[in-house]
Design a protein around this ligand. Structure first.
Ligand SMILES: NC(=O)c1ccc[n+]([C@@H]2O[C@H](COP(=O)([O-])OP(=O)(O)OC[C@H]3O[C@@H](n4cnc5c(N)ncnc54)[C@H](O)[C@@H]3O)[C@@H](O)[C@H]2O)c1
Length: 353
């Protein structure tokens, strides 16, 4: 079997999931790493036994041995790096969100088409065990037509700071960082309907709550309690051309009792909750049935999902098969996310086509 030579660009926190999954793959040679902070790339190269540490982007793009790159950098660099890699003839796995806005997303898609390269977006929840099990039930008609979905990803104290809190590098706060995951998973399971209209709100009342004592939370490496210009909460109602709708709310900070994640789908024949735990809801013999699938992972299984995501990307690169999370889905998600920010700014519903 041919082996795929891969380079990981950006070797911060999430790169560990990519690097480990590539190491685990028998058909991959982890050929290179590159980060703006060279010591960080060197440390990862040592830990994962990577062949080359590149000094700059040109070295990566000009190395003909590299066949695919995994982009794990700040959001504001995703589109530029992806287009550069595509033009250099490399396949691309790019972390979510695909880009900062719709225009950039369309540019990545155009480059992927022109240069005929695989571009997969890091919608890792699509690769979780509970998602795969639920998708099979949906594909077999268990839920009927899904006409409503509800997604929530609430942190009461969870603005990671650093680049996440700097709109110029992140593109926004919890909506673009957490909302992208839960909106995508609903949209994917609803059958990827076309967006018709969006209304939404963003709020910036609590800031990063850096004043809170005696409660720990995840902080980016360069956390600075005084730096934050992203929203702390967002909600939206997205209506699709087929009449179905999705309601979402997300936060970095909120006066909530506890953190929570919920993904719920409601169809004409049945319903389902994907998070916090997979459960199917049905009606049989005039009785409502809550059905508990007996599987190892009822909730998002982080490392398995990343392994499945990487395995699928490698398979697409080696065989040419279409990715499960293709670039056009990244574009559609950017349309939704930027639509929510626009609707919130205009304080009115926006419509498409
Ligand atoms: N799929 C998921 O569940 C998930 C989880 C966390 C983060 N992410 C995404 O992964 C990306 C990285 O997040 P993170 O938490 O690892 O951040 P991080 O700050 O820990 O790491 C980012 C790294 O990228 C490097 N970098 C930035 N711009 C670069 C450039 N132009 N060239 C080379 N290196 C560059 C930085 O020096 C840093 O080492 C983000 O887009 C984020 O949205 C996805």
């Amino acid at each position: 079997m041919k082996q795929l030579k891969v380079c990981v660009i950006g070797t911060g926190s999430i790169s560990d999931m990519h690097l480990q999954a590539f190491v685990n793959h028998p058909d991959v040679v982890l050929y290179g790493v590159y980060d703006l902070v060279k010591e960080r790339a060197e440390e990862k190269a040592l830990r994962y036994n990577v062949t080359n540490v590149y000094k700059n982007l040109e070295e990566v793009l000009n190395d003909p041995n590299i066949e695919a790159v995994s982009i794990c950098t700040w959001n504001n660099t995703h589109a530029e790096l992806a287009i550069g890699a595509i033009k250099a003839g490399k396949h691309v796995l790019v972390e979510k969100p695909l880009s900062m806005n719709l225009k950039e997303a369309l540019e990545v898609q155009a480059a992927a088409q022109k240069y005929n390269r695989i571009v997969q977006v890091g919608f890792v929840r699509r690769f979780a065990t509970n998602t795969k099990v639920l998708k099979e039930f949906i594909d077999h008609g268990k839920l009927g037509d899904i006409y409503y979905a509800k997604a929530s990803c609430i942190r009461r104290l969870g603005n990671p700071g650093g680049w996440f809190a700097d709109k110029k590098r992140s593109g926004g706060g919890p909506l673009i960082d957490l909302g992208v995951h839960v909106i995508d998973i609903c949209w994917y399971l609803m059958g990827r309907p076309k967006v018709k209209s969006i209304s939404g709100n963003t709020y910036s009342h609590l800031g990063n709550r850096a004043n809170i004592q005696n409660l720990s939370f995840y902080k980016a490496a360069d956390y600075d309690k005084d730096q934050n210009n992203v929203e702390d909460m967002a909600n939206a109602l997205i209506t699709f051309a087929n009449g179905s709708s999705l309601f979402v709310d997300v936060s970095y900070t909120l006066h909530a009792k506890e953190d929570e994640i919920q993904v719920k789908l409601f169809g004409t024949k049945g319903g389902a909750e994907l998070e916090p735990e997979l459960i199917l809801i049905s009606e049989d013999n005039d009785t409502i049935m809550n059905i508990h699938p007996q599987i190892d992972h009822l909730s998002f299984d982080f490392s398995n999902a990343f392994q499945n995501e990487i395995d699928s990307f490698v398979s697409s690169c080696l065989t040419g098969e279409k990715p499960i999370a293709p670039v056009e889905d990244g574009v559609e998600l950017m349309k939704i996310l930027t639509g929510i920010y626009e609707a919130a700014e205009k304080k009115s519903e926006i419509t498409f086509f």
